[in-house]
Unconditional design. Structure first.
Lengths: 266, 266, 266
């Protein structure tokens, strides 16, 4: 059982993981703290991502497992694909599950194919980042108790956002959602969810935008604002204490989702 | 409960932590090895410090907890303060206590203010390093059963030593100590404690000094020599086996003090 | 008890470690998963080696212990020997066993001498890598139930292979083995074991070689092919599924051998 793309999971799988995540969120730690005892996770990161690797590490620790952090892998001079294959097979000798962050779309699919242990894609270049998608959906689902029929506005650097691509794939495929896309935000239309992303200057994007008092005044009281983080200036700090600000909740949900996923897969 | 500056702790706090540290030092491992089970410490290091991060990691492991090592954080192009704030808030979603080593004085105070979990300052630039101060005091206290009335000689690069600044702050504030400062050591006056530090060439200091046979011959038999490490040539290796050499004892005490501190805070 | 060179172990020691490794390989995890509870291993790596450090980490976790990963040590401007000595003594204050990967032959022997806790050499420059030797021998022993009298062909960059040097040392000293050495492989003579190694271009070697269909056709059915990894093109991927390909088995054996070694030493 691997998780390379969000499309590897059907609706029933997703609901099962959400149910587990909800349980973990409610339960006391000692209830689940020995569930993955004696299991080892390898955090195989070809590019740094403190947020994602820490979230997986904490998820594994919460379930009583161990973590091998591997941050010093670099694509060496040998053919890239080969190297990844042997590294993944090597890690499979030592651990029970591999979490892979890599630099090129398709790496995770390739790695999953050759791996002898379950593999979770933690972002492969501009490919997918399915656990981010799961935690995004979970955050929306927890708030509205449904996904269907919601109006979701994506704002920011949509073209370069792996996160938004994956999320839209699910929303489009399985749900009757209205979604709007906007780059240089002038007005944000009334929505249930505002999903903002960072302008990725490192990928050649220009421009910037920022949530203003006017935007906020026009947002419905029951709406939520999400962001996959890190943020630049899109969301000013003064908004953090607004009840509609759900990005820290979203990050926290990442922990429950990854715990659910790990215990479901192992 | 945070520990940003040694002045966050009053005398009663310090004595409580010392008592705990003494207990840990005497007890057998199994007595305390489950005390922080299910707790996670994030070792958030913006600059490397093998000694300090390893000491905190070992302290947490000894108490049965887990550790997320984060060595790959770098101040990115975004406004520094913002970045630190979001990183600290993020880690607060995943862990129970944050140990922060940062590059600028004041970072730890700022981080503690925004953190949702307890934060321990493990050195913020030329600011403070309060757990070092605690282990220094503990080492002196264990030897002499008191702090008051001792004669302490500080030698070396005093101006640039965060360690000495913090230690003097406590000695000055709370105790009736004589202390002397000397840079290019010619004679070391008779003292109870000789606290030597490294000449920090990376901060522009010049000159060097070294403990000689003559110095050692003039040191009282019951005195102790301390050093926060790493050392350059200040203390030659031949002195390591002298009963007055207390710097490895001091390092070992760092473990007990950090265990005490973690269990006291959590 | 240290393991600096394979010659630190006599035949009886090696057999004892092999017996333990065999036991671990057969047993269920819960049988040994608390054996090194409350013990801490420091993975002190002065140069990166994902494979070796992960293998030791997994071995320690499997036995219920903890691991401090130290990848950020670099030889600083201070005299190298001094620095290593103090670092090793420092880590001895925090952990129960040190695994050292260093850059210069002789570092491990020096470190073991000053260390206050057991030290295992995980490769010291072009010196030795005794746990690799143990897992190599174990792999051969498991297959043939003996070492003596086997014909072993070493191929590849023999002069630069620390692995082969150490292995030959044992085979030569203790066993009546025929071994052959060959660099630019034309024909591989009939053998029990084919031990291939990488051409280490980073050490100035030139040339390359690759196992061909013809080689493989001439290999006895009961022979095995080994490789310490990483590999370049010496062994093409299509051979991986051949029953004679034993390099992943060999890697897996590294885990059992290191578990055996750690529990034997501690």
């Amino acid at each position: 059982m691997n998780l390379v793309s969000i499309t590897d999971f059907n609706e029933r799988d997703i609901i099962a993981v959400f149910q587990l995540a909800k349980d973990y969120k409610k339960q006391q730690k000692h209830k689940y703290s020995r569930k993955l005892r004696n299991k080892i996770l390898a955090n195989l990161f070809y590019e740094p991502s403190t947020r994602t690797s820490s979230s997986f590490a904490a998820a594994m620790y919460n379930l009583g497992g161990s973590v091998i952090p591997i941050n010093d892998v670099t694509y060496s001079s040998v053919t890239k694909g080969e190297n990844l294959e042997d590294t993944v097979k090597t890690m499979g000798c030592f651990c029970d599950v591999i979490v892979l962050r890599s630099q090129n779309a398709g790496d995770a699919a390739f790695a999953a194919e050759v791996s002898t242990v379950p593999l979770i894609n933690a972002g492969d270049g501009n490919g997918e980042h399915p656990t981010q998608t799961l935690l995004d959906l979970f955050t929306i689902y927890e708030k509205f108790k449904k996904i269907e029929g919601l109006t979701i506005t994506f704002a920011g650097d949509i073209e370069n956002s792996r996160t938004i691509h994956s999320l839209k794939k699910v929303l489009h495929a399985k749900n009757n959602c209205n979604y709007l896309e906007t780059y240089d935000v002038e007005t944000l239309p009334p929505s249930d969810v505002y999903y903002l992303t960072r302008v990725q200057r490192e990928r050649g994007s220009t421009g910037s935008y920022q949530l203003t008092k006017e935007h906020v005044d026009n947002m419905p009281k029951e709406s939520i604002v999400m962001h996959p983080f890190p943020r630049n200036d899109e969301i000013p700090k003064w908004f953090d204490s607004d009840p509609r600000a759900h990005y820290f909740e979203q990050m926290q949900n990442g922990l429950w989702i990854r715990m659910a996923l790990l215990s479901w897969i192992l």
